[in-house]
Design a protein around this ligand. Structure first.
Ligand SMILES: *Cc1c(COP(=O)(O)O)cnc(C)c1O
Length: 385
């Protein structure tokens, strides 16, 4: 790669070109069978994804947002309940809680991590609390041991939002295996992505799996017989066929993401005013859906990188409690100081399995050219654990 070649943020084409003949054959197979709705590939993918996660069941749905909502409902969450989640997550986590009829109760991050603070979760519990939704943000497992202990002690359900963490491990087990259920988005750019919207929920509980199968399919156990007011939220057979081709590559793709993160860490380690992301955490293995640095002069750094041909993204510029959509929660600036600080400072660098070392070197070299007088820093929380 020449040192002027643009570096895209993600490159879905690079992944597709490796497996294109198999994708084409999988799509052709569905066209031949014509089983577009809840066809054979859906069932096969569900078996294979459950085996991958080492859960008893997986239920395919039409998006990660749907998966979270239906999983919460299947766990008994509804009107009048509160559900605790992270203030710095993608809006879909909160929307799913709202659409399940409950009120999202937000908590701040544990200092030095990108994940919710278990101590803050415990403080947020009220008599109306029904569930906790830990988010494995950016591919980092949330600290599930204390969260599960708190949930057990207070009799709360746990639905993991694993939408950015397919394959990540905590204490040796895959994320998605800790809570009552876990939802994964299979949006195209996720670590495992379809060619459009898709999602999947995993669980070890046969009652939750049954409830999910009903809820995604008009509440219908048998065609034209309806036992509940379900939805139309199924995983498309075509998407399942594509996902079956991709799933065997997921571990290798995640290894490459981890190798790319290690290369960034090595090259950015001494860069003044630019903080590398946290490490894995004890006993955990992150899968780097995103590689997120922090910089006090984040907006200037982003413009500088853009001028150098390097695409970056901010995940996320506005925490949930400051979004107009959640004005009804009654929060104001200052309520979740770490989430707010991170919203000002985080910057996601190019990250995808096929990103070559030369591309990472080019990003790191461009960061080195960021003017030294803009590298001020006054952090009050430890950034690297
Ligand atoms: C992508 C994502 C979702 C939503 O998934 P969709 O498939 O887009 O509905 C939910 N939570 C998090 C953390 C996500 O990154």
């Amino acid at each position: 790669m020449s040192n002027r070649a643009p570096v895209p943020f993600v490159d879905l084409g690079a992944q597709l070109s490796q497996i294109r003949p198999d994708i084409d054959a999988a799509i052709a197979g569905v066209l031949e069978r014509g089983d577009y709705i809840l066809g054979a590939s859906v069932e096969r993918f569900e078996e294979e994804f459950a085996a991958y996660c080492q859960t008893r069941f997986a239920v395919g749905v039409d998006s990660g947002t749907s998966g979270l909502e239906l999983a919460l409902t299947a766990c008994g969450v509804g009107a009048g309940h509160e559900v605790i989640t992270a203030a710095n997550t993608f809006i879909a986590t909160a929307l799913a809680i709202s659409h399940a009829g409950a009120r999202p109760v937000l908590v701040d991050l544990a200092p030095g991590t990108f994940n919710m603070d278990p101590a803050a979760v415990e403080r947020a519990i009220t008599p109306d609390t029904r569930a906790i939704v830990p988010v494995h943000l950016y591919g980092y497992p949330a600290d599930m041991a204390p969260l599960m202990e708190i949930a057990r002690r207070h009799g709360l359900a746990v639905v993991e939002d694993a939408s950015q963490a397919h394959g990540a491990r905590y204490g040796g087990n895959r994320v998605g295996t800790f809570g009552d259920a876990a939802a994964f988005s299979l949006y195209p750019a996720k670590n495992l992505g379809a060619l459009g919207d898709a999602g999947v929920v995993v669980t070890n509980d046969p009652d939750i799996a049954d409830a999910l199968r009903l809820a995604r399919n008009y509440g219908s156990p048998v065609k034209y017989h309806h036992v509940s007011k379900g939805h139309n939220r199924r995983l498309d057979t075509l998407q399942a066929a594509v996902l079956r081709v991709k799933l065997p590559y997921l571990d290798d793709w995640n290894r490459r993401r981890r190798a790319n993160a290690a290369a960034y860490n090595r090259l950015l380690g001494d860069s003044e005013g630019v903080l590398a992301p946290p490490g894995d955490g004890v006993g955990a293995e992150a899968v780097y859906h995103l590689y997120v640095i922090r910089c006090e002069q984040r907006d200037r750094l982003q413009r500088h990188l853009s001028n150098e041909g390097i695409s970056t993204v901010i995940h996320y510029p506005v925490p949930i409690h400051l979004q107009p959509a959640y004005a009804d929660l009654g929060h104001s600036r200052g309520d979740f100081p770490i989430a707010e600080q991170y919203a000002r400072e985080v910057l996601s660098l190019p990250m995808y399995p096929e990103l070559a070392e030369a591309g990472i070197e080019r990003v790191a070299a461009a960061i080195e050219r960021f003017p030294a007088n803009l590298r001020s820093m006054s952090y009050t929380v430890p950034a690297v654990i």
